[in-house]
Design a protein around this ligand. Structure first.
Ligand SMILES: NC(=O)c1ccc[n+]([C@@H]2O[C@H](COP(=O)([O-])OP(=O)(O)OC[C@H]3O[C@@H](n4cnc5c(N)ncnc54)[C@H](O)[C@@H]3O)[C@@H](O)[C@H]2O)c1
Length: 337
């Protein structure tokens, strides 16, 4: 299929671009490089042997999107583009609504005008808020507690309304749990600008010596070792979930919301130990007070993804850590944003 990947130069989009290209799809990466770098084009070509088509553009630029969709005859869009840092969204909510919500409306308008009516949307487990029961399935009530989560939920609702208004729309909202890891080549991965907000890149930067120590927020949660438990999912498994979703859209119209997680939770201390084993490095850490808003445990019920998309996460925690380490300790971690 001819696919447009907004935010396709970013962490998850680039891994999806690899999987989709290798599955025989033609991908166009549409990205404003606000959190990624041009060097990605060359790295993707090195991995797949196919030079990806890159368009430097913003999703709020409806004209440019319309032109790009028409020019490349895109049959479906995977909408990764967006701002994603929960803490930052509390400080600059307008930027989050403008980028994530307004950007999505602009994209959907362009799609409607050119007649492209198939979308996979990057949503987040953040929309569930504090879990009321575990594992979290798609019927779990939503309960967003921050602007970032609200932007995701609002876009999901817009997509639902659109599907209700016109049966030609084909939409899958994927609620990601905690993507980690990197492509096995070590060429692409998650390399945030500044101090990382996510656990795994933070651990990796402590292991390389770039950061002195990790702060573990709370060790008195009602979990196995007292530290928070999350559903970490290998980014290549997540990428494969997108290939399955694209296959599903070929056959089915309507609106679906589907969790992408493993169903298995790991604690922060388990992550540290697994990373130390994979890297052969020590990861010094210090226990700090709990952070407001953090829940004790959150992990997915991945049954719907298995049933509807015929997709299951396959990769192990050791693979998540080994590929993260290969990326951060090798050339990949330097240069790409
Ligand atoms: N990484 C996670 O932990 C996680 C978890 C749940 C959901 N998500 C969602 O998945 C999507 C991808 O996340 P990621 O981790 O790859 O983030 P990322 O920041 O690495 O990638 C996002 C890409 O979108 C681009 N972008 C941002 N705003 C844009 C705009 N207005 N126009 C065009 N391009 C724009 C950035 O330059 C970047 O390349 C996001 O929508 C995010 O909210 C991520």
């Amino acid at each position: 299929m001819d696919l447009l990947l907004t935010g396709g130069m970013g962490y998850i989009g680039s891994h999806a671009a690899v999987v989709l290209t290798q599955a025989g799809h033609r991908v166009v990466l549409y990205d404003n490089l606000s959190n990624s770098a041009q060097v990605m084009v060359e790295r993707l070509e090195r991995i797949t042997g196919v030079p990806p088509l890159f368009v430097d553009g913003d999703v709020r630029d409806t004209d440019r999107l319309r032109h790009t969709l028409r020019h490349h005859a895109s049959e479906a869009v995977i909408h990764f583009a967006g701002l994603k840092v929960v803490g930052e969204s509390l400080d600059i909510p307008l930027d989050y609504y403008a980028n994530n919500v307004q950007g999505s409306i602009s994209l959907l308008q362009a799609m409607r005008e050119v007649g492209t009516r198939a979308m996979v949307f990057s949503s987040s487990a953040n929309v569930y808020g504090e879990p009321r029961y575990l594992p979290v399935d798609e019927a779990h009530p939503t309960g967003v507690t921050n602007p970032y989560g609200r932007t995701k939920l609002q876009v999901e609702e817009i997509l639902h309304d659109l599907a209700r208004s016109d049966p030609a729309w084909r939409i899958v909202c994927l609620r990601y749990f905690n993507p980690v890891g990197a492509h096995e080549s070590g060429l692409i991965g998650e390399n945030p600008q500044g101090i990382p907000n996510n656990l795994m890149p933070y651990i990796a930067q402590v292991a390389t010596g770039k950061l002195a120590e990790l702060r573990v927020f709370g060790n008195d949660y009602p979990t196995l070792d007292g530290t928070g438990v999350r559903d970490f999912i290998h980014v290549m498994d997540l990428a494969e979930g997108h290939a399955s979703a694209v296959g599903y859209l070929r056959e089915h119209a309507g609106w679906q919301v589907i969790n992408l997680g493993t169903g298995q939770g790991y604690s922060v201390l388990e992550m540290i130990r697994a990373f130390e084993a994979a890297s052969g490095r020590r990861v010094p850490y210090r226990i700090a007070p709990r952070r407001p808003g953090d829940s004790a445990s959150c992990y997915a019920n991945p049954e719907k993804a298995r049933r509807v998309l015929n997709w299951t996460a396959r990769r192990t925690l050791a693979q998540m850590c080994a590929t993260t380490w290969a990326f951060h300790s090798g050339a990949g971690g330097k240069g790409a944003a």
